[in-house]
Design a protein around this ligand. Structure first.
Ligand SMILES: Nc1nc2c(ncn2[C@@H]2O[C@H](COP(=O)(O)OP(=O)(O)OP(=O)(O)O)[C@@H](O)[C@H]2O)c(=O)[nH]1
Length: 257
């Protein structure tokens, strides 16, 4: 009788079973294939004579439960992070245009002023108000007005640098915060470009809309050295731009004594 066979007749089915068992176990352990666990449990119930199988099935069944608990915990964390992110977006960004809101604008202005102090380069604030925007709402509909506000936001974003902030203060009012302007002339040139850009027609679903924009410019540190003062100067300059006939910009001028 040859004796060099790996298993006796009795051992062969056991070896076959262990081979299958290892294959399934490897699928679970190496490929993370949790679908294979029920197969393992079925095998264990079909072969109550195999203690290895019973032990392994039990170990993997525990693993599946732990895996599901971890997956549940992970999903809870992801849900929580998504809710926090949404809350933050609602608190910080204008939902219509995706631009920063007033609160963030104030914060960026404060940061920009600190940066300007370090770099010794002026910071410019543009206070902008669209001209004839109400006409679009009244004649083309509120939805067209919303679409126009979104397109205006995009043009403003496209015109400024990544370091600049464009914020929507509300209605048709925007604030641009432009740190590290090299010269006053640079700020004036940018304002002229923005006026030109927003004077170009806007293709809306309801038709073509034409508006304009007025911009008031204030500079840190020349005109004011704190957030509210600088915004107030830019607002005063905007008032002058509107009074001068709209569709243009004005640099803040101190009232003569
Ligand atoms: N579609 C839309 N309209 C808005 C929104 N918020 C405010 N408005 C409207 O924006 C308009 C702003 O009014 P004004 O600034 O006086 O309008 P204007 O025609 O630009 O006036 P001038 O600046 O004097 O040229 C009002 O009609 C508001 O109802 C908004 O989120 N969506």
């Amino acid at each position: 009788m040859p004796t060099d066979l790996p298993f006796s007749d009795d051992a062969a089915p056991h070896a076959l079973l262990l081979t299958k068992l290892l294959t399934v176990a490897e699928r679970i352990a190496h490929q993370g294939d949790m679908q294979a666990v029920p197969e393992l449990l079925d095998m264990a119930s079909e072969h109550p004579e195999s203690p290895e199988l019973a032990a392994l099935a039990e170990a993997f069944a525990k693993l599946v439960v732990q895996h599901e608990v971890k997956e549940f915990e992970l999903q809870c964390t992801i849900d929580h992070l998504q809710r926090t992110k949404q809350d933050l977006e609602l608190a910080n960004y204008d939902p219509l245009t995706g631009l920063a809101n007033r609160a963030i604008a104030r914060d960026r202005l404060q940061q920009g002023m600190e940066q300007s102090r370090r770099s010794n380069l002026p910071l410019a604030v543009f206070y902008m108000d669209l001209d004839r925007f109400k006409w679009v709402n009244d004649n083309m509909g509120h939805a067209a007005g919303d679409e126009l506000l979104r397109q205006v936001s995009q043009r403003l974003r496209d015109a400024v640098r990544a370091v600049d902030t464009v914020a929507r203060l509300g209605g048709d009012e925007f604030l641009c915060i432009l740190p590290d302007m090299l010269t006053v002339t640079d700020a004036q040139a940018l304002a002229a470009r923005l006026v030109y850009s927003l004077a170009q027609p806007f293709p809306l679903a309801a038709g073509i809309a034409s508006i304009g924009t007025s911009i008031g410019i204030a500079l840190f540190p020349d005109h004011a050295d704190h957030v509210d003062g600088l915004i107030a100067c830019a607002d005063a300059a905007l008032y002058q731009a509107k009074n001068a006939g709209r569709n243009g910009w004005r640099l803040y001028e101190r009232p003569s004594a």
